[in-house]
Design a protein around this ligand. Sequence first.
Ligand code: MTE
Ligand code: MO
Length: 253
Amino acid sequence: MSELLTRRRLITTGLAAAAGASGLAVAARLADRYSLIPPDHRGLFGAGETLTYAAHRILTAHHSLAREFERSQISKVIPVNGKHPEVESYQRLQAGGFADWRLTIDGLVARPSSFSLADLKRFPVHSQITHQACEEGWSFIAEWTGARLSDVLNVVGVQPQAKWVFFFTIDQWWDSLDIPDALHPQTFLAYGMNGQEMPLDHGAPVRLKVARQLGYKSLKYLSRITVTDTMKNIGDGLGSGSPSTGYSWYAGI
Ligand SMILES: Nc1nc2c(c(=O)[nH]1)N[C@H]1C(S)=C(S)[C@@H](COP(=O)(O)O)O[C@H]1N2
Ligand SMILES: [Mo]
């Protein structure tokens, strides 16, 4: 990238094109107003990722849906990325049929809470038949069943200053979504897959399902959710464990 073409120029140029705005000044104001700069913008993907994020946020508005498929299109062969955690705490939960598993939700919420699998199953049940794509090049279509994250967040009461929803897992993965993606109607806490309880290796008992981003954002083996207004104090501050391994925080598709 030439020195003259700074990141900010790129962002605003892209926004101007995306929004059909007539000038850079308009685009710059938009970028400022709507925080269209992803948290890891200095990472490997730099301006490109920023453009993707900003363009998605503007062009796809808030609740555009990922494509859904017919049951007949569900993949016959379903790959799995890695095995379930081997730590003792997970084995104990598994042995007890996950009756002792809890999902803690804390941070900027009115009512910090802890949900059992049975609690989550009492929320309205939703299903989606969507495509999951791994950054490594494989993908499959499956039916995912669970509670909408938005339904659960509405019960705990997200405070108005909240900007990010962080997720932590039993195998020490961590990641985050912005509020629009967290409240997206296809963002699920999924406890079922293809009509069965969530298989162990696919994230039992409950995984996150983020339909409009690459597979690595759909964290398995969830244990905790924290709502924040900053990324600063979590991990390296880039919103996800992925940027440190070369993958962008925003993985929109
Ligand atoms: N906790 C946890 N979540 C995870 C992973 C993982 O190893 N641990 N792998 C991610 C990656 S890279 C992908 S592509 C998908 C794969 O989901 P699947 O194994 O159900 O196909 O899960 C994602 N979520
Ligand atoms: Mo992946």
